[in-house]
Write a protein that binds this ligand. Structure first.
Ligand code: PHE
Length: 337
C-alpha cells in the first residue's frame, strides 16, 4: 500500500490529480486508514507492532504527498507566471489621443471672453425659418440682400421649393430669437455658430463657416459702445497692438452700418488691415418687430468671422484645412488661449 501510494503521488501530473491520489491513499477509505481501524481488534502484542508499522507507513506516504505537492505547486506558479506575463514594452496598435477641433476651441475662447464681460452666450437653430433669417431683420422678399446672401433653401417634403426653411446664412437670426425670448432689455448676448452659403470651396471660401453674432440692447447705447467693445475684444484676441477701423456699409437690419477691419500686426507678411465682419446700430424697425420700444431702447449688433480669426492667429493659409476633418490638422495647433 505504501509503494502504491508513493507511486500514485509521484506520477500525479498536476495538483488536481494529486488531490485525487490523496483521497485514494490517505483518505477515509484508503488501505492505510482501513488497516489502522482494524488494529484495535488485534491481540495485545500484535496491536503494538501493527500500530507502529501503520504509523511508519502513514508518515512515509504523507511525506511523499508533501514532496510532490511542493514540486507541483512550484510548477503551477511557474506556468501562471509564464502564461500570464504582461509585456510592458509591447506596442499597442490603434489607440490615439483625441484633440478638440481648433474652431471649437476658438469659439469657447470667444464665449469665455464675453462671459467675462457679463454677456450671455446664446444659441439658435442652423435650419431656420426664412422669417428669422430675413423678414424680421428688415430684409423684404424682394430686397436684393436676400439673394446676395446665396442662401441654401430647404425643399419641402415633395422636393419642391417654398418650405420656408433655410440653412441660416448668418448668425443674425439669433438676434431675433434672443429678442423674442427675452422681450425686455437689457440684452447683452453673443452667439457663435455655423452658417451656410452656396459658395464654391477654395482656399478662402467654404459653404460652411462660422460667425460670432453680438447683440446689445439697453437704454442709451451708442456707436461708441460698439466701437469700444470691438476694440477691446480685438486686443484680447489678437494682442495689445490690435486696432479696429470702421468703413461705411449697408445692412437692412442696422442703421448706420459698418464693415469692421482689424489691424493685425502678427501677420507673417507684415502688419495689415484685415476684413473682420459687419456691424451697426440695431435698426429701430428690427427692435419694433421684436416688440421692443425703439423710443426707449437702442442697441448695437455685430457679426464677425471666426474662421478668418483662427487663420490669422495660427498662420493657416487654406480655409479647407478647417473643414476637411483631417485629424493631423488640430493636432498640429495649440489653440487653447
Ligand atoms: N449678418 C451680417 C453678415 O453676415 C453681419 C452683421 C451682423 C452686420 C450684425 C451687422 C450687424 O454679413
Amino acid at each position: 500500500a505504501t509503494k502504491a501510494a508513493q507511486e500514485a503521488f509521484a506520477t500525479a501530473a498536476n495538483l488536481d490529480q494529486l488531490a485525487e491520489a490523496k483521497s485514494a491513499h490517505l483518505g477515509d477509505k484508503a488501505p492505510l486508514s482501513l488497516a489502522r481501524r482494524e488494529i484495535g481488534s488485534l491481540p495485545g502484542k500484535a496491536k503494538a507492532s501493527a500500530g507502529k508499522n501503520v504509523n511508519i507507513a502513514r508518515t512515509a506516504v504523507s511525506e511523499a504527498f508533501e514532496e510532490r505537492k511542493e514540486v507541483l505547486t512550484a510548477q503551477e506558479a511557474a506556468r501562471i507566471l509564464r502564461e500570464e506575463t504582461v509585456d510592458v514594452t509591447a506596442r499597442l496598435g490603434g489607440k490615439r489621443a483625441g484633440a478638440r477641433h481648433p474652431i471649437n476651441a476658438k469659439i469657447d475662447a470667444i464665449a469665455d471672453y464675453f462671459l467675462s464681460l457679463g454677456f450671455e452666450v446664446a444659441d439658435g437653430p442652423e435650419v431656420d425659418l426664412e422669417w428669422f433669417a430675413f423678414d424680421a431683420l428688415n430684409i423684404h422678399p424682394d430686397h436684393p440682400a436676400r439673394t446676395m446672401m446665396d442662401t441654401f433653401h430647404i425643399a419641402d417634403s415633395n422636393g419642391n421649393a417654398g418650405s420656408g426653411l433655410v440653412m441660416r446664412p448668418h448668425t443674425s437670426t439669433v438676434q431675433i430669437h434672443t429678442m423674442l425670448e427675452r422681450k425686455n432689455p437689457p440684452i447683452y448676448t453673443v452667439a457663435p455658430g455655423r452658417v451656410y452659403r452656396t459658395d464654391e470651396v477654395d482656399s478662402t471660401h467654404s459653404p460652411v463657416f462660422h460667425q460670432t453674432e453680438g447683440l446689445v440692447v439697453d437704454e442709451g447705447i451708442t456707436i461708441a459702445n460698439l466701437r469700444g467693445t470691438l476694440s477691446h475684444w480685438a486686443r484680447a484676441m489678437f494682442g495689445e497692438d490690435a486696432e479696429v477701423r470702421f468703413r461705411p456699409s449697408y445692412f437692412p437690419f442696422t442703421e448706420p452700418s459698418m464693415e469692421v477691419d482689424l489691424w493685425f500686426t502678427a501677420h507673417k507678411d507684415g502688419p495689415r488691415w484685415i476684413e473682420w465682419g459687419g456691424c451697426g446700430m440695431v435698426n429701430p424697425r428690427v427692435l419694433a418687430a421684436c416688440g421692443i420700444d425703439p423710443e426707449k431702447y437702442s442697441g448695437f449688433a455685430f457679426g464677425m468671422g471666426v474662421d478668418r480669426a483662427l487663420m490669422l492667429s495660427h498662420d493657416i493659409t487654406d480655409l479647407r484645412d478647417i473643414i476637411d476633418g483631417d485629424i493631423r490638422f488640430p493636432l498640429g495647433l495649440r489653440v487653447e488661449e
